[in-house]
Design a protein around this ligand. Structure first.
Ligand SMILES: [Zn+2]
Length: 472
């Protein structure tokens, strides 16, 4: 069955992090604990109310467009997408149809068709007792919709694309893009075909994690191939994902655009962007933060391991911190920069994992750099560096001063270590005879004893050499 090609187009909705909603002044807080607290006549669809456009949301969408090398359109308008549902009380959703804000561009090698802006719906709740309830806090939250070309051919590729998009949205500060919270929602249009012509596509909705998305694509590919192989047809429809059964299920036959009777919303002015300075490509480019691919290139040029650079990049707490560390260190001592990356991507990461509330303040960057330099110079050893690390990155202690105060400075001279060497030899006679027979483990044991006696301050390499010299 390997002669089938799977073709996937992806649609992503992301809630934008503006202060207020898309068409009214209500607070943009879709996850507010108490239902229906951020509502007004506009987002409740009272008759006679008029929308006012939140231009901060438009700017965020165009910023995404600029970041992915897309075309920012000169003209744009909002349309009414007509349908009734209890969570859409106007009986239409304000969206965009013929004239989106952005066309083209590319993310993780996947060509983008368009990005437009619409309003989120309210949230129906069916599990709260006898009837169904609707929470309008989410109604009217700005929602970005990004549509890709049908150019993705595997679940892995789709996963990679969605992860990269999430990272981009977070880097740009336009969305929290947390899939589990519904801040980023993915739909996949999946078809299989043996020829160059695309097969009948099936839309799979409600994919609320990367894992779910990958599983749904794999399942749907297999299901469609099995249908065709048994002589049946694939039905064009919308399917959901049943997490418990790990399979897709039919929800409804797919509406076509005609069913929605799109037409330009007469209550909203059209946009001519040419004369809006802050919406132009050049102005957006000026204020562009450093993008993921630029960060990757910089870390690669500094000789940082790819795995470490990804760990740092994917963490919203590590990335800004390490970026400042790199800045502070300059490109002078390449080895020290790599050491700094090593500690950030392992030891600092595990400190953050132990305390999910903890944050790294850029004010402690000079102290962290000092710690790395002391380590690189051999003034302190790795054990001491790890011991001091939490106080350095969270409290900003000066590691040089504190290491001296606490007697943690590494003993790097043969003279200062010689008494220790003699003590070890006297106290471990039988092990010393093992060393003489060439037992490698025995010498490591003696070094371990020396590290204990010196409270971790002996230079282990030097200590080993001195022990070998004395025993020989
Ligand atoms: Zn409102």
């Amino acid at each position: 069955m390997s002669e089938y090609t799977t073709t996937i187009g992806i649609e992503v909705h992301a809630e934008l992090t503006t202060n207020s909603k898309m068409f009214c002044g209500c607070k943009n807080d879709p996850h507010a604990a108490e239902a229906n607290t951020h509502v007004c006549p506009v987002c409740m669809a009272h008759p006679g109310t008029l929308p006012t456009v939140n231009e901060a949301a438009i700017k965020k969408v165009r910023l995404v467009g600029e970041a992915i090398g897309a075309t920012l359109t000169d003209f744009s308008e909002f349309d009414r997408k007509n349908y009734f549902y209890p969570d859409i009380p106007k009986a239409y959703q304000i969206s965009q149809y013929a004239y989106p804000l952005v066309t083209g561009g590319e993310i993780a090698g996947v060509a983008i068709t368009r990005i437009h802006l619409e309003e989120d719906t309210a949230r129906s709740q069916h599990d709260q007792g006898a009837g169904s309830l609707v929470d309008f806090n989410r109604a009217g939250v700005p929602l970005m919709e990004l549509v890709t070309e049908p150019v993705v051919h595997s679940a892995e590729e789709a996963g990679q694309f969605a992860r990269e998009l999430q990272l981009l949205l977070r880097t740009l500060g336009v969305s929290h893009a947390n899939m589990e919270k519904g801040e980023m929602r993915v739909e996949a249009n999946i078809s299989v075909s043996k020829s160059d012509e695309l097969g009948t596509k099936v839309e799979v909705k409600n994919l609320n994690s990367f894992k779910t998305m990958e599983a749904a694509i794999a399942f749907e590919t297999k299901r469609q191939i099995e249908l065709l192989e048994s002589g049946r047809d694939v039905t064009q429809e919308t399917r959901g994902w049943d997490e418990a059964k790990s399979k897709t299920f039919s929800q409804r036959s797919k509406e076509s655009a005609n069913d929605y009777r799109y037409f330009p919303d007469p209550d909203i002015p059209k946009y001519e962007f040419k004369n809006v300075e802050e919406m132009t490509s050049s102005r957006l480019a000026e204020n562009m933060p450093v993008l993921p691919h630029q960060i990757r290139n910089k870390y690669r040029d500094l000789g940082i391991l790819k795995e470490q650079s990804e760990v740092i990049l994917q963490s919203s707490r590590l990335q800004p911190y390490f970026w400042s560390v790199v800045d502070e260190m300059g490109s002078g001592d390449a080895e020290a920069v790599r050491l700094a990356a090593n500690y950030v991507s392992s030891d600092v990461l595990s400190l953050l994992q132990q305390d999910t509330e903890a944050s790294l303040s850029s004010e402690t960057v000079p102290q962290y750099v000092s710690l790395i330099e002391l380590l690189a110079a051999g003034t302190i050893n790795s054990r001491t560096a790890k011991d001091l690390l939490p106080e350095v990155v969270f409290d900003g202690i000066d590691p040089e001063v504190v290491a001296k105060e606490r007697g943690l400075t590494q003993q790097n001279s043969a003279g200062s270590l010689q008494p220790l060497v003699e003590q070890i030899i006297t106290e471990n006679e039988s092990v010393v005879s093992d060393v003489k027979t060439g037992n490698e483990k025995a010498i490591k044991f003696l070094v371990g004893q020396g590290m204990k006696l010196s409270k971790g301050t002996a230079n282990p390499q030097l200590l080993e050499q001195l022990l070998k010299d004395s025993i020989a």
